[in-house]
Each structure stands twice: as structure tokens, then as C-alpha cells.
Write a protein that binds this ligand. Structure first.
Ligand code: HEC
Length: 239
């Protein structure tokens, strides 16, 4: 084999490779352009305001953060999928893509009456805990979200699952006798269960602050009346 014979296929392969790589880069580039269109702050803020299903109170709020928060809560993290009481009332009548009655009219419409007010029942959780309910995330009379929690508390909840309300503590280790809502092993009752905080903990500070800003801007909802979960009730400002 001469040097030329040996070289030509290699050179050919190099050309093929180069062309493929170039085509690949062009393919990669075009979605990139689209991704930028839909993913920079301005477009997320704009989209966030367009899809918020409730009126927002922007007084003393950072508008940009509220918009980004709405984008995360309503287009990405599906907070309302769990934090509204029931799949059948999560959307307004005719606005639920999931239902066959009332027939879906083609336009999704989140139900403001149940929006982020909690109460979804995740069923008996362990032998002694009757039920595990999602919490009311709307602001109360203090104007702070989810029952008046401060931003540092909110960060702690989202990063570490701390349950400040102590709704389902661990059963006393000394007696080991389950009572009320206390948790027996293996679950740790000091921490929020089901709530995807181990996933949310990897969000940036800014994204978490944006969620907090958004949850501060939505209307207060007094919350559902559930006998075993009085903590879902919110004191709202008098209108
Ligand atoms: C898969 C269902 C699910 C999703 C999705 C979800 N949550 Fe939760 N969340 C829960 C449950 C269940 C609880 C109560 C857990 C418990 O009592 O142990 C909870 C509790 C909380 C709490 C504690 C409230 C308090 O008063 O201490 C906060 C805050 C919270 N969620 C915020 C959010 C936010 C913000 C999102 C969206 C970014 C979200 N959750 C998405 C299920 C969910």
C-alpha cells in the first residue's frame, strides 16, 4: 500500500467527519436560538405574568422576581398539581384537560378558588397517621406566604424539608406508643414527606426567592375546612 492509498480514505473520513460535525453544529444552533428566545429572564417574566391564574399584588414586590416565580410555579414545578385540594376541582368547570365531564372546552383554566390553598389528601401515611395533606401556600394576614413563613424559613423548608408547624412529629422514642398524628419509623415525621424538597433543594437562591416573591403576591385563600387539618386555615385581611 502506498502512502497515498493509505491517506485518501483517511482524508475522506476526515472530510465526512467535518461535514457531519458542521451539520451537527448547525442542528444544535437552531434549537439554541429558540431556547434563548424562550428562556431568558425577560421572556420568563413575560410568560410568568401571562399564565398566572390569579390577580397579583405587586405592592412592595420585586416585579421581575414575581414573574420568574410565576413561571417556575405554574410552568415548571407544578406546585398546584399537589397544593390544590382535588384533581376534579383543580381546574374551573370546562377548563380541565383531564375530565370528560364537564367536557373540556379546549382552553385550560386553573381554578382560582382552590389555587395553592392545599388540602390534597395523600392518604394514610403509616399505621398511625390518618392522612397527609398538602399545605396552604397562599399568604395570610401578615402578607407572607404559606401561613406567614419568612424568606429564611421558606429557604430552609425548600432546601431541608423542615416542618415548622410540627404537624406530624415523631412518636416519643421512650414509650414508642403511637398516638395522634405521630410518625413511627421508617419515616421521619420532623421532615416534610411527599413534598419534593430533595429535588427543589438544588434550585438557585434566586429561583427560590422568586417562588417566595410570587407566593407573596397571590391572593390570600382561607383554605379548605378539613377536620383533621385545622392548620390549613388562613386568616385573610378584611377586604
Ligand atoms: C408531589 C406533590 C407536591 C408538589 C409538586 C409540591 N408540593 Fe409542597 N408539599 C407537598 C406535601 C404533601 C406537603 C406537606 C408534607 C407534610 O405534611 O409532610 C407540602 C408542603 C409544602 C410546604 C410546607 C408549608 C408549611 O406551612 O410549612 C411548602 C412551603 C411547600 N410545600 C411549597 C411547595 C412549592 C413552592 C412547590 C412548587 C415549587 C411545591 N410545594 C410542590 C406536596 C407537594
Amino acid at each position: 500500500m502506498t502512502l497515498k492509498q493509505c491517506f485518501t480514505p483517511v482524508a475522506g473520513a476526515v472530510v465526512v467527519l467535518a461535514v457531519t460535525a458542521l451539520a451537527g453544529m448547525m442542528l444544535l444552533r437552531s434549537p439554541q436560538v429558540h431556547a434563548d428566545e424562550g428562556n431568558n429572564d425577560d421572556s420568563r417574566i413575560q410568560k410568568g405574568f401571562a399564565i398566572a391564574p390569579v390577580p397579583l399584588n405587586l405592592t412592595e414586590k420585586n416585579r421581575d422576581l414575581v414573574g420568574i416565580g410565576s413561571y417556575i410555579v405554574n410552568a415548571q414545578a407544578d406546585c398546584n398539581g399537589c397544593h390544590s385540594i382535588d384533581p376534579s376541582t383543580e381546574y374551573s368547570p370546562g377548563g380541565s384537560p383531564f375530565l370528560r365531564f364537564p367536557f373540556f372546552n379546549g382552553t385550560k383554566k386553573v381554578n382560582p378558588a382552590t389555587y395553592l390553598a392545599g388540602g390534597a389528601d395523600f392518604g394514610p401515611f403509616g399505621p398511625t397517621l390518618p392522612h397527609l395533606y398538602t399545605r396552604n401556600l397562599t399568604p395570610d394576614i401578615t402578607g407572607r406566604p404559606e401561613g406567614g413563613h419568612t424568606l429564611p424559613e421558606f429557604m430552609q423548608i425548600m432546601r431541608h424539608g423542615t416542618d415548622y408547624d410540627g404537624v406530624h412529629p415523631n412518636c416519643p422514642a421512650t414509650t414508642g406508643i403511637p398516638s395522634g398524628n405521630c410518625f413511627t419509623p421508617p419515616f421521619n415525621g420532623a421532615l416534610l414527606q411527599v413534598m419534593p424538597w430533595p429535588t427543589f433543594q438544588d434550585m438557585s437562591d434566586r429561583d427560590l426567592e422568586a417562588i417566595y416573591a410570587y407566593l407573596s403576591a397571590i391572593p390570600c385563600n382561607p383554605g379548605p375546612v378539613i377536620a383533621n387539618a385545622p392548620y390549613l386555615r388562613n386568616v385573610c385581611p378584611v377586604k
